[in-house]
Design a protein around this ligand. Sequence first.
Ligand code: CDP
Length: 218
Amino acid sequence: MTAKPSIIIAVDGPAASGKGTLARRLAAHFDYAYLDTGALYRAVAHHILQRGDDPGNAETGLRAAQELDVTQLQNPDIQTALRTSAVGTAASIVAAQADTRAAILQIQRDIADTPPDAKAGAVLDGRDIGTIVCPKAPHKIFVTARTEIRADRRWQELCASDPLVKREDVLADLEARDRRDRERATAPMRAAEDAHLLDTSDLSIEEAFVAALALVSH
Ligand code: CDP
């Protein structure tokens, strides 16, 4: 008897759109595995920055992606280190490198197709899940929110660890990252044709979750 195919929910969208919170809630609701694919790019970038290497060097990016140890992502200290703004910016630089992306692609597909702990499905969040990583996913949501709102959310998040961080710097960084993610040649951030759009600008976390649940339940 062949195993039932994993049920995949693809959640894509720009920085601080609310996709991570939403994806985590959906995974908990359905008892599916959850994969934050941005953490993979962030981990590669963090590794490069720690060694004092240049994130813009494609060979360095590929090597770091090949050496990526996904088990380390469970470590709370690593998770905190990955969330800094410097790592986010470096992540979007390495994410534009075709070979680096190719090295990370299979890790994502393996988790989507064979979720850990024999879960029946997986929720993946990122930029290209519905278009490239899992184009056949039966459920796809592209989460958006107005830029000012996203900048405010990210600013508040970063203020928790660095009270001196400036809102205008966060906004400029977010806009630069959006541009890089949208305009890169390989796997640019965009909504799949069959994705549902969900604008969370004026929704609470609970309201966004209820709306997302309705989108994946029909
Ligand atoms: O949390 P936030 O939305 O700010 O970013 P993230 O999801 O952690 O992703 C960090 C960076 O990794 C993004 O700016 C993208 O450049 C890249 N990324 C990507 O290219 N493809 C993905 N599937 C996920 C992230």
